[in-house]
Ligand binder design. Structure first.
Ligand SMILES: *Cc1c(COP(=O)(O)O)cnc(C)c1O
Length: 366
């Protein structure tokens, strides 16, 4: 039995007819970019996250870029973030000519450590980007407090955390702006690229709407220097269909995580994810810490079980970011031991979860 990390065809199977009908509807209408489907999706995603406004954009990367631009981040500004994330988090900063300031993470949740943020925050800091890594929110109260004292913008990278909550409040509504990715492998994935910025702030909302269309007002008149970052009607139509299944899909991930927690909890040399009681984790990834990680991966592979390493090298140690290098021991050590197991409900059920856990246990016994 092969167990893969995910199976997009199996995931789309039950809604294939609805997706095809939606594509046909948009084709017949002939309006392809920013229209009724996008507006409806913006309302629906905002409601799902418990946030007032949504602005559909071309990708999760662009969502971050536009959010930082809306917050006024400019050349020479500093933006504090984690090095233990996907590269897009940081490219949003560097593409505005700003300087990423990497700070270390919490060894248990892998999210930004507020103590480290406190030490790094300064006169040049313009924004902080907490990343809700693997689907669990960062320590937002502490981060918001630090930001408020210095008038610094907080932009949540919620690309992996749609539907996650923190003290009962939804990701994307915890800072000034929250950013989602609809990349096909994300918990809410389109059939192509897409993203969204969410905010409760009316002024930021209006600025984001301008920023995604070149800063263009009516006609050929421009209010600000913007971008081209628009969401397609066809992707919005697909996403609206996938939205209806998002609650169940997330529950499926959480059920699998509970199975792993139980069956791997006692296995020596393995640490299961730490989830504080006030967090609702949506398990975009189920990442354990494992001794002899690379050998374990080989062992799983030999038994037909896929796994993945997010991430093998922290961003501050990447050659392209050597200008921003500093010693960050927790992130560096975590990259050596982190391992994501299959969690997607279209791939993993009770039997598969047991097979994965038995195989992990077998490795450490052998
Ligand atoms: C996927 C992802 C992004 C980028 O999203 P795209 O839609 O691929 O541009 C940004 N940050 C994190 C943490 C991600 O996982």
């Amino acid at each position: 039995m092969a167990i893969r990390m995910l199976d997009i065809q199996a995931q789309l199977g039950p809604i294939q007819d609805q997706l095809e009908a939606a594509a046909a509807r948009v084709l017949r209408k002939g309006h392809f970019i920013l229209g009724e489907e996008v507006e409806a999706l913006e309302r629906e995603v905002a409601a799902h996250c418990g946030v007032r406004y949504g602005v559909g954009v071309a990708s999760g990367t662009d969502a971050l870029l536009l959010a930082l631009a809306a917050a006024g981040v400019q050349r020479g500004d500093e933006v504090i973030t984690t090095p233990f994330t996907y590269v897009a988090t940081v490219q949003a900063v560097t593409h505005l000519g700003a300087r990423p300031v990497f700070v270390d993470i919490d060894p248990r949740t892998f999210n930004l450590d507020p103590e480290q943020v406190k030490r790094a925050i300064g006169r040049r800091t313009r924004a902080i980007i907490p990343v809700h890594l693997f689907g669990q929110c960062a320590e937002m109260d502490a981060i918001n407090d630090l930001a408020a004292r210095r008038n610094v913008a907080v932009v949540e990278d919620s690309a992996q955390a749609v539907g996650a909550t923190y003290h009962g409040r939804g990701a994307c509504g915890l800072g000034h702006m929250g950013c989602l990715s609809f990349y096909p492998t994300k918990n809410l994935g389109a059939c192509g690229d897409g993203g969204m910025v969410l905010t409760n702030d009316e002024e930021l909302y209006q600025r984001l709407r301008l920023l995604r269309v070149h800063g263009r007002a009516d006609g050929y008149f421009y209010l600000i220097d913007g971008f081209n970052s628009r969401l397609d009607e066809i992707q919005a139509a697909f996403l609206r269909i996938k939205m209806r299944a998002l609650g169940d899909y997330t529950e499926g991930r959480r059920r699998n995580a509970a199975r792993y927690d139980e069956m791997l909890g006692e296995v020596p040399f393995v640490t299961t994810p730490h989830v504080p009681s006030y967090n609702r984790h949506v398990y975009h990834q189920y990442s354990i810490l494992a001794d002899r990680r690379d050998d374990l991966r080989e062992h799983l592979k030999a038994h037909g079980i896929d796994s993945a390493v997010y991430y093998p090298l922290p961003l501050h140690q990447q050659e392209i970011y050597r200008a921003f290098h500093r010693r960050l021991p927790v992130a560096e050590a975590t990259c050596q031991r982190i391992l994501a197991l299959p969690i997607a409900p279209e791939v993993v059920g009770e039997d598969e979860a047991r097979t994965v856990c038995d195989t992990v246990r077998g490795f450490y016994k052998g």
